[in-house]
Design a binder for this molecule. Structure first.
Ligand code: GDP
Ligand code: MG
Length: 213
């Protein structure tokens, strides 16, 4: 699969700016990554999804802004320390959706580990991440409490939702839109800190010139 680095902002025909956001889904096998992706893209739950790894694109409006969602429905469980393909995926992504199944404790332990790996990466300490506990319709059989999910998200500065891809479209919509908001916030922060760094550089240059005179 060839992944190109594209411009993040482009103009639409109407002259409005269109923003592009690359979203990577991670988590254990069978937690509902594909179900959540397909729900968001088509509003439907089809039950069986196969094990195909794909990048999907969809244009949608988020608070009046046109957004191109590029969604990588990944099968990858090995992150940076273990695999080159993990590194490639994280480099491509602007934000990550980490999915676990609230009835499968091992899937929660895996996303906790993946989250720590993401946070340890030098360029990714504050990467936008949304943590999702899926299969809420099966909550009578849950083995991960809502509190545990919420506390992990709080400790690692993530968004958090418990949803059921099987039951509603609304949950999937909230998850993807929340991540886009977080990516927008992190881009604005980077831009303003780059601006401050620019000002510091010019002020330092003026002082350096003055000292030389
Ligand atoms: P992936 O391996 O993480 O992509 O998982 P899939 O999206 O293929 O889903 C794995 C299985 O869980 C499938 O049989 C889905 O029908 C089922 N599934 C996905 N989401 C839900 C959900 O919210 N509730 C229930 N009950 N089943 C779900
Ligand atoms: Mg899948």
């Amino acid at each position: 699969m060839v992944v190109e680095e594209k411009s993040r902002v482009e103009a639409t025909e109407a002259g409005q700016q269109r923003v592009e956001v690359n979203i990577l889904l991670l988590g254990a096998h069978n937690v509902g990554k594909s179900a959540l992706t397909v729900r968001f893209l088509t509003r439907r739950f089809i039950g069986e999804y196969g094990d195909v790894e794909s990048v999907y694109s969809r244009v949608d409006r988020v608070r009046g802004q046109e957004v191109v969602f590029n969604i990588w429905d990944s099968q990858c469980t090995q992150l940076p320390e273990k695999s080159q393909s993990g590194v490639k995926r994280l480099q491509w992504a602007d934000g990550v959706i980490l999915v676990y199944d609230i009835c499968d404790r091992s899937s929660f332990l895996l996303v906790r580990q993946q989250l720590q790996q993401i946070r340890r990466r030098r360029k990714w300490p504050s990467a936008p991440v949304v943590l999702v506990g899926n299969k809420r319709d099966l909550r009578r059989h849950r083995s991960v409490s809502g509190e545990e999910g919420r506390l992990l998200a709080l400790a690692q500065r993530c968004g958090f939702f418990e949803v059921s891809a099987a039951e509603t479209y609304h949950g999937a919509l909230l998850v993807f839109h929340r991540l886009v908001d977080m990516v927008a916030e992190s881009r604005a922060l980077r831009k303003s800190s780059a601006g401050v760094r620019g000002i510091v550089r010019s002020v330092s240059a003026v002082f350096a010139r003055k000292r030389a005179e």
